[in-house]
Design a protein around this ligand. Sequence first.
Ligand code: FEC
Length: 311
Amino acid sequence: SKQQIGLLIMAYGTPYKKEDIVPYYTAIRHGRRPSDEQIDDLTRRYEAIGGVSPLARLTQEQADALAERLNALQTEYTFRSYLGLKYIQPFIEGAVAAMEKDGVKQAVSLALAPHYSRFSVQSYIDRAQSKAAELGGISIVSLKSWFTEKKFIEFWANSVRAIYDQIPQNEHDQTVVLFTAHSLPERILKDGDPYPEQVKQTALAIVDAARIGNYAQAWQSAGKTGEPWLGPDVLEEIKSLRRDKKYTHFIFCPIGFVSEHLEVLYDNDQRCRQLVESLGAAYYRPQMPDTDPLFIDALASAVLNACQDLH
Ligand code: FEC
């Protein structure tokens, strides 16, 4: 009979309703309640994208689509998915406990973020592994990153080509593709964190696959914590590309994210767009991966590959 595998899908999480904003933001701040001003600011940003983020729905749809695809693709395993979030319920620990309760002995975990950093993906993994260790009966193979998946690159390449097709051929020289990922504190570099290199490799693979001419890479959504964050910041990069290269079309690829959510719908689609347009250029942002079949296939391939480490 088929081997039963728990599929632990870990993601950031988002407030489900306005009242969730304070506890959610407090969790992001490791239990310290942000100032009223910061809370108001975040509330305003959620309001600017319609009150709540589509992230909760999209994450659930991605989890469902992945489990379904995995079960359709092969006959050796039966996957059952469990969603575990970082900053809001259902938390990662609860998902591991639910697997244990259901009698799952073996599981694969993946984070819905393509690139590994000790600051981001490793903290998902640590939380899952320490809960599993506490409970005793369950072993989890944790995928650290999956940005190298061919279909993931192909998804973005197609998505960018679709935008190029909207721009007149003779203006492609004045077009730039700007790849972004979430910034992290610069101190990650001290320990040789692979995050910046993985983001760069992803951008280069997409450039190659989509035959992109002009491109640049920047960091977005940095925290305002007083310490230095990875740069250049995307807003600065827009200004210098416009000033120095005179580009008139800016295609934004937020390759560190996998769905439409606050950072994409607000930071990119509103703040970056406003800046680009105020400088007299045009803003474009391709489709995010969401539940695109190519993207779900990319995740399925990464999970099946990780299954080779099960015993
Ligand atoms: O609700 C939504 O639609 C958006 C959810 C959301 C995603 C997301 C992804 C990443 N973050 C990463 C790192 C940081 C660091 C800080 C930080 C702060 C916030 C705040 C909100 C927030 N993040 Fe987030 N992030 C999302 C939402 N993030 C809200 C707090 C207010 C603000 O600054 O805007 C700084 C913490 C601090 O202030 O000390 C660091 C990384 C990712 C991509 C990888 C992943 O998804 O895990 C890295 C989605």
